[in-house]
Design a protein around this ligand. Structure first.
Ligand code: WAQ
Ligand code: MG
Length: 273
């Protein structure tokens, strides 16, 4: 579908200055009412009732729209957080994120990467080599926005993920976000784990690696989470990257190749072939 007939719908709910929930959709004109109606219970239904919810409906007419195939998805078998983070750091290393940067990113996510000590609303942007933080606002970070699955691709993806036991909405949403981010100008890789205390899985992703999931990147009960976008800062225009992440629309139009759960050794053996 041409961008002329598509709309970006964004929902954000908050209580005081605390972010409660958010959602991103890109849909055709005839789906707007249904999609908005579906976002309202999502905003209001959280444990913590928001005092303000903003829903934006924006035409993508005249704006650029990238069509992308979802990153290939694989889950790495890990027994605990230590193993998860250790393997995540090794995989980041394979695409050029220095050990120093990977460890610093993980330490900051664990601590709460915002200066206030909370989790950020958006992501850190970090130099893959030096670990220097480059985002302009360290409290908020950079929010990837204006992305979604096409209708056909999301149905197919949901079925494929269910077949390998992945039924949580977080996986489908994170895969779309990671696919958009991985195609950003100057992105080396992404690292993420949730700030939901009950959700321990996380991932590292890049255009070359695909989406590599880890069942444990943090301990259950821990409410500190976040995202880090690693970049090659000497080579990139940071403002162009932020514009891509926040403003340019991306529609994920093809489902991922889904691989069964494997060990780190199998992972490295397979990728070497
Ligand atoms: N752009 C940049 N950063 C974001 C965005 C965004 N649109 N949304 C959230 N973040 C940051 C923010 O710091 C959050 O605290 C953090 O990421 C985590 O967000 O099974 O659910 O929505 O494969 O809690 C990953 C594993 C789940 C999924 C990630 O993230 C799987 C997740 P959450
Ligand atoms: Mg969250």
């Amino acid at each position: 579908m041409a961008p002329e007939s598509l709309y970006s719908i964004r929902m954000r709910s908050s209580k005081g200055d605390r972010h409660v929930s958010g959602a991103e959709r890109i849909v055709s004109r005839d789906k707007i009412e249904t999609v908005v109606a579906g976002l309202v219970p999502r905003a209001m239904g959280k444990g913590c009732a928001p005092d303000k919810t903003i829903i934006t409906i924006e035409s993508l007419s005249g704006l650029s729209l990238k069509r992308l195939a979802a990153l290939e998805l694989v889950t790495l078998r890990v027994r605990n957080v230590e193993e998860g983070r250790d393997h995540a750091s090794r995989i980041l290393g394979a695409v050029g994120v220095s050990e120093h940067s990977a460890l610093s990113a993980m330490a900051q996510l664990s601590r709460g990467a915002a200066p206030s000590g909370n989790s950020m609303r958006g992501a850190m942007i970090m130099d893959a080599e030096t670990g220097e933080r480059l985002e302009h606002d360290r409290e908020r970070g950079v929010r990837a926005s204006r992305f979604d699955w096409s209708e056909e691709a999301v149905d197919e993806t949901t079925k494929m993920l269910a077949k390998i036991g992945l039924t949580h909405f977080r996986t489908v949403e994170a895969l779309a976000l990671a696919t958009k981010v991985a195609h950003g100008p100057g992105i080396v890789a992404e690292l993420c784990w949730s700030d939901d205390p009950d959700y321990t899985a996380g991932y590292v992703a890049s255009a070359g690696l695909g989406y590599v999931r880890f069942p444990h990147l943090k301990n259950a009960g821990d409410a500190k989470g976040g995202r880090v976008f690693f970049v090659r800062s000497k080579k990139i225009n940071i403002d162009a990257l932020i514009r891509y992440l926040e403003k340019e629309a991306a529609l994920i139009t093809a489902p991922p190749v889904c691989r069964p759960e494997i060990s780190i050794d199998e992972y490295f053996n397979q990728t070497r072939q």
